[in-house]
Design a protein around this ligand. Sequence first.
Ligand code: SIN
Length: 280
Amino acid sequence: MAITEAHTSRISIRPLNPTLGAEVGGVDLANLDDHTWSQIEAAWADHLVLFFRDQDLPPEAHEALGRRIGELHVHPAAPHVEGHPSVMIIHADERSKVVAGNGWHTDVSCDERPPSATILHLPVIPEVGGDTLFLSTEAAYEALSQPMKDFLADKVAVHESAHIYRGRYGSKESDSRDGEFPSSEHPVIRTHPVTGRKSLYVNRSFTTRIRGLAAHESRAILDLLFDHLERRPEFQCRFTWSPGAVAMWDNRSVQHYAVWDYFPNVRSGRRVSVLGERPS
Ligand code: SIN
């Protein structure tokens, strides 16, 4: 990865640290040409999560940006912008009892084909607080010992969602996308289909057990892996939003955590995710 600031004729890329995260300048995400997009894609593969300041991204332009990556994902339970089922509303205010993403996770890993990418645009942010943290699940995988990598190589984990989504958005079971809350099984170690890099694909929010292990063994291994993923600042970056900023992350190689330290203030915007492949 290039860790020095890079300038091309069109865009600038400023890494936040050597592991993940870069701020991209000189880009209007609502009016991208193919050359600029190819530079963004290359930077994204290197840095896993990209940040863009001062963007104007109405729902149509937000969807068009997502479609550059692939078919759009529809969230199984969360509210969306009217007429735009793929544009999820992210909103917190003085009435909020919970907020989206306030715990380490990759988006909707309970789905059979979880989102590959997520693009979050926040026009309204609190004066202070409301940062989002990201961690590299590739760096976490690399830091495991070889015996642990070998042990996990053929393991499959269950990812569930009823415990997260039921009642969360004022929704009943029947309000969810398919009439029920999704649950899926995915390999504990997955390989990125574009870069070929391996990552640790379990997260504290959705992953409930490892197939084939006794319940107490599964619990102990998952707790060990969650601690390993979440406790090392070396695997992480932290983004402080400004109004109109956009974050675009790769759910196949990062987890994120939305910090809810700004109650009762307002933080509001929209999120588009892109349908991914079955993890393998
Ligand atoms: C999410 O998990 O999509 C929410 C992230 C955030 O609000 O920062």
